[in-house]
Design a protein around this ligand. Structure first.
Ligand code: GDP
Length: 272
């Protein structure tokens, strides 16, 4: 592990004069040095290098993928609207550099284009599975090199896949099941009920139960928040109970009280 120069231990004190005479370079200690400095050094190094986060958004055209990403990162990432007339499923990769206070984030958003618009279901999921596998392969090839250079290597493996489910309130489509079955064991798959503001509270609960039972009966693996660390066990287990998450996004700012918030304005109220 690299040690920051300011924390370098020095040979000072009694031997100093002898060292000067012997022309030995002598460093003065300007900061505390010890085992407990290591976490700070790691934090500093991570902040300097910045973080990278790769999200894969899978869902039909117009289901709210771009809107949710903009809502999550509270930004308006430039993006063109996709049409429903693509002959094949394609993946659109966009990379953004975001900054919040002194933390830099290199965000890569990979979105499906034309997903669910084809008759052939297999052709819909295969390009996505191939993309995920290709990223693992690229990483493996880098790791197998005799001289690896991970410092400037951009790791494009997917950290999380957000799977957008239509808010039908009914059940999962065969394409949903096929897709999730094929990628569930390869990525951290988080199913989301998109545009959840269009479904009533009671219907939403029933829909969630239905989805979970379908996922279990089809043996589909989804992401489980880890509960083995006692500091986060309680929060994470309550998160697991909420799966699949019900989400709503918006590009608009509406006035609530005196504040402007990101939300959706309806004749009966505001969804914040
Ligand atoms: P994408 O093609 O999946 O990226 O979909 P977009 O993000 O472009 O959204 C398509 C349309 O759905 C837009 O008109 C959005 O305003 C609308 N939309 C997005 N999210 C929501 C939501 O949570 N609730 C509702 N009611 N509409 C949404």
């Amino acid at each position: 592990m690299a040690v920051k120069p300011m924390c370098m231990p020095t040979q000072i004190s009694d031997d100093e004069d002898t060292q000067k005479e012997d022309n030995i370079r002598c460093l003065t200690m300007i900061g505390h040095f010890g085992f407990e400095c290591l976490p700070h050094q790691l934090v500093d190094r991570s902040i300097q290098q910045g973080f990278s986060f790769n999200i894969l958004c899978v869902g039909e055209t117009g289901i709210g993928k771009s809107t949710l990403i903009n809502t999550l990162f509270n930004t308006n990432l430039k993006d063109k609207k996709s049409s429903h007339f693509y002959p094949n499923v394609e993946l659109k990769i966009q990379t953004y550099d975001l900054q919040e206070s002194n933390v830099q984030l290199k965000l890569s958003v990979v979105k499906t284009v034309g997903y669910g618009d084809q008759i052939n279901k297999e052709a819909s999921y295969q390009p996505i599975v191939d993309y995920i596998d290709a990223q693992f392969e690229t990483y493996l090839q880098e790791e197998l090199k005799i001289k690896r250079s991970f410092v400037d290597y951009h790791d494009s493996r997917i950290h999380v896949c957000l799977y957008f489910i239509s808010p039908t309130g009914h059940s999962l489509k065969s394409l949903d099941l096929l897709m999730m079955k094929n990628i569930g064991s390869k990525v951290n798959l988080i199913p989301l009920i998109a545009k959840a503001d269009t479904i009533s509270k009671t219907d939403l609960q029933k829909f969630k139960c239905k989805i979970m039972s379908e996922l279990v009966s089809n043996d589909i693996q989804i992401y489980q928040f880890p509960t083995d660390d006692e500091t986060s066990a309680q929060v994470n287990s309550s998160m697991n109970e909420h799966l699949p998450f019900a989400v709503a996004g918006s590009m608009d700012e509406v006035k609530v009280g005196k504040r402007m918030v990101r939300g959706r304005q309806y004749p009966w109220g505001v969804l914040q």
